[in-house]
Design a protein around this ligand. Structure first.
Ligand code: CAO
Length: 553
C-alpha cells in the first residue's frame, strides 16, 4: 500500500511569492529525505527546499519562473510503505533578529535560522568601534545549502564582537553589543529580513566578473607576486549561463564554481542524483589546468590523459606532517582562497617575462623629502609610490600596448589611465585603483592613495574602487628586498614591481659616485608585448624617475 505525500514550501520567514529558479526533480525520480527539490530566489537570497519525505515523484506542480510561498505544494511523492518519514518542516531562513537591551547597550543575536544549528561563521563584517546602522550586515553564516548574512537589528557603535571566523553559531548566539545611538537604536522592524543569503548576483553574474560576484565585503583584489584581478578575464571557455543555472548543485558549490570561473554545465556530479559537489569542481579545475599546456579549450570535465597531452603533473603530495613534529592547521582566509584561484589562472595562462632595471632616484628622493617638509601641515605625505603612479601614466601614454587588454584576437587599447596599487591589509592584499592618474598631480595621487589604503585596511573598499585598472604597481619598497617577479593582474598586460631603494656606487664615466637606486621589476605578457618594447618601457620609466621633468614631455 502506498501513500501520496505532498511536499510543500516550508516556513521561509517573511518571504512571499518567491521565484522558482531551479526545479531539481522530475516525475519518476526517487527522492530521499533532504534531497533538494527546488531552488527559490528572492532579491536577497537563494535557498534550496529539501524533501521532507522520501518516495517516488508522481507529480511536479511547479515550473521555472513560478512564484511560491509557504505552503505551496511543490511535488507529490508516492511513499513506499516502509521507511517513509513523515513530512516535517524543512529548514529555512527565518524572520526577524532577536535582541535584548541592557541599559544603553543592545545585544544583537543570531535570529531564527530554521532548524540550522552550529552554522559556520565564514565572515565577520564589523569590528569594535564601527558604527552600524539597522540592517548593516554583521556576519556571514554558511550551511551546506545557503550562505546568509545576518543584518544588525540595532544602530550604534559596536562595543564588542562575540563571533569570529570559524566559530559555529546558532539561533540566539550573541554577535555584537552596540552602544545604541538614540533614536536610531530602535530594534529592526519585524518586516526587515532577518537573514539575507549571499548575493544572488553570484548566480546571475556574468562569467567575466567572478570575483565581484562572490564577494561581500568586496574582494576584487588579491596578491601579485600576489595580485588578483580587479576585473577578471573569463577563465577557460565562456560560461553557458543557461546550463549553469540548470546544473544540479547547491548555492555554495555554485558560488565556489563562480569564484573559479568554472562552467557547472560542464562538470559531472558525483553526489547523489549526480549532484555536483565541491570536489567535482576541484577535479574539473585540475583537469582543465592539465589541458591548458596543450592550448586545448577546456570543454569537458575529464582531465587530460597523460602521455604529453597535458601538464602531466604529479598529484599534489599528501603528507602527514604531524609524523615529523607538531603542526597546527589554519584555514586559508577568504581573500587568499579567491585570489589563489585567480593568481593560478594568471600564472598558468599568461606567458610572463620579467625585466629588471635600476632607476636613479637621488634627485627625486631629495625633492620628495623637501616637498614633505614644506607641506608638513597639509597632512598629506608624498611617498615614492605616488611619483611612480604618475611615471606609469606617462610611460603608458608613450607605450600604448602596455595600456591594453587581450580580447580574443583583438587588442583593446585604452584611452584612460587608471592605475592600481597593491595594498597590504590584515585580510590579504587588495588592489585599489586611482582613476585618471594622467590628469592628477602627485599631491592628489598621494592623498587618494592614503584614503584608499585606509579603506583597504578597514575592509571597506567598494568594488568600483578596485575596478577598471589599466596597469598595476606592487611596491615592497617600504619593506625591503631587491627584485621579484610580480604576477600580471589580468586582464592587464603588465605590472611593475618595486623594491627598496639603496645607495649604490654608480660609474659616471670618470669615477664611482654614490646614487640612490630604485630596483624595478616589470612583468609583461609576451602575447601582447615584445622584449625590446618591454626594455624600452622599463628604461623610459627609469628615466622619468631619474628626471621627473620628463613627465611633462
Ligand atoms: N624604497 C625605500 N623606501 C621606501 C620605498 C622604496 N621603494 N617605498 C616606500 N618607502 C618608505 C617610505 O618612504 C616610508 O618611509 P618613512 O616612514 O620613513 O616615510 C616607508 O617606506 C613606508 O612607506 P609606506 O608603505 O607607508 O608607503 P608607500 O606609499 O610606499 O606604500 C602602500 C603604500 C599602501 C602601498 C603600502 O602601505 C603597502 O601596503 N605596501 C605593501 C604592498 C605589497 O604587499 N605589495 C606586494 C604584493 S606582492 O605579493
Amino acid at each position: 500500500m502506498s501513500t501520496l505525500i505532498e511536499l510543500k514550501v516550508p516556513d521561509i520567514g517573511d518571504y512571499k511569492d518567491v521565484e522558482v529558479i531551479e526545479v531539481l526533480v522530475k516525475v519518476g525520480d526517487t527522492v530521499q529525505v533532504d534531497d533538494s527539490l527546488v531552488t527559490l530566489e528572492t532579491d536577497k537570497a537563494t535557498m534550496e527546499v529539501p524533501a521532507a519525505a522520501a518516495g517516488v515523484v508522481k507529480e511536479v506542480l511547479i515550473k521555472l519562473g513560478d512564484k511560491v510561498s509557504e505552503g505551496s505544494v511543490l511535488v507529490r511523492v508516492e511513499a513506499a510503505a516502509a521507511g517513509v518519514s513523515a513530512p516535517a518542516p524543512a529548514p529555512a531562513p527565518a524572520p526577524a533578529p532577536s535582541q535584548s537591551a541592557a541599559g544603553g547597550v543592545v545585544e544583537v543575536k543570531v535570529p531564527d535560522i530554521g532548524d540550522y544549528k552550529s552554522v559556520d561563521v565564514i565572515e565577520v563584517l564589523v569590528k569594535v568601534g564601527d558604527t552600524v546602522q539597522v540592517d548593516d550586515s554583521l556576519v556571514t553564516l554558511e550551511t551546506d545549502k545557503a550562505t546568509m548574512e545576518v543584518p544588525s537589528s540595532a544602530a550604534g557603535v559596536v562595543q564588542s564582537v562575540h563571533l569570529k571566523v570559524g566559530d559555529k553559531a546558532s539561533e540566539g548566539s550573541l554577535i555584537i553589543t552596540v552602544a545604541s545611538s538614540g533614536a536610531t537604536a530602535a530594534p529592526a522592524p519585524a518586516a526587515a529580513p532577518a537573514l539575507v543569503a549571499a548575493p544572488v548576483a553570484a548566480q546571475a553574474a556574468p562569467a567575466a566578473a567572478p570575483v565581484a560576484a562572490v564577494s561581500n565585503p568586496p574582494v576584487s583584489a588579491g596578491m601579485d607576486g600576489n595580485l588578483m584581478p580587479t576585473h577578471a578575464a573569463p577563465a577557460f571557455t565562456p560560461i553557458d549561463e543557461v546550463g549553469f543555472a540548470q546544473a544540479h548543485a547547491s548555492p555554495s558549490v555554485r558560488r565556489f564554481a563562480r569564484e573559479l570561473g568554472v562552467d557547472l554545465s560542464k562538470v559531472k556530479g558525483s553526489g547523489p542524483k549526480s549532484r555536483i559537489v565541491q570536489s567535482d569542481v576541484q577535479q574539473f579545475v585540475k583537469g582543465a589546468l592539465q589541458q591548458l599546456t596543450n592550448g586545448a579549450p577546456v570543454a569537458a570535465a575529464a582531465p587530460a590523459a597523460g602521455g604529453g597531452s597535458g601538464l602531466d603533473v604529479l598529484p599534489w603530495p599528501k603528507v602527514d606532517f604531524s609524523k615529523f613534529g607538531p603542526v597546527e592547521k589554519q584555514p586559508l582566509s577568504r581573500i587568499k582562497k579567491i585570489s589563489g584561484a585567480n593568481l593560478h589562472r594568471n600564472w598558468v595562462m599568461i606567458p610572463h617575462v620579467t625585466n629588471h632595471e635600476d632607476a636613479d632616484i637621488t634627485e627625486l628622493e631629495a625633492f620628495r623629502v623637501q616637498l614633505n617638509k614644506e607641506n608638513e601641515k597639509s597632512g598629506v605625505k608624498v611617498t615614492m609610490l605616488a611619483f611612480m603612479l604618475k611615471a606609469a601614466a606617462a610611460a603608458l601614454k608613450k607605450f600604448p600596448t602596455f595600456n591594453a587588454s587581450l580580447d580574443g584576437d583583438q587588442l583593446v587599447l585604452k584611452q584612460f589611465f587608471h592605475i592600481g596599487f597593491a595594498a597590504d591589509t590584515p585580510n590579504g592584499l587588495v588592489v585599489p585603483v586611482i582613476r585618471d592618474v594622467d590628469q592628477k598631480g602627485v599631491f592628489q595621487i598621494a592623498q587618494e592613495m592614503g584614503e584608499l589604503a585606509k579603506l583597504a585596511r578597514d575592509g571597506k573598499l567598494k568594488p568600483e574602487q578596485m575596478q577598471g585598472g589599466c596597469f598595476s604597481i606592487s611596491s615592497l619598497g617600504g619593506i625591503g628586498g631587491t627584485y621579484f617577479t610580480p604576477i600580471i593582474n589580468a586582464p592587464e598586460v603588465a605590472i611593475m614591481g618595486v623594491c627598496k631603494s639603496s645607495m649604490k656606487p654608480v660609474w659616471d664615466g670618470k669615477q664611482f659616485v654614490p646614487r640612490l637606486m630604485l630596483p624595478l621589476s616589470l612583468s609583461w605578457d609576451h602575447r601582447v608585448i615584445d622584449g625590446a618594447e618591454a626594455a624600452r618601457f622599463n628604461t623610459y620609466f627609469a628615466q622619468i624617475l631619474a628626471d621627473f621633468r620628463r613627465v611633462m614631455l
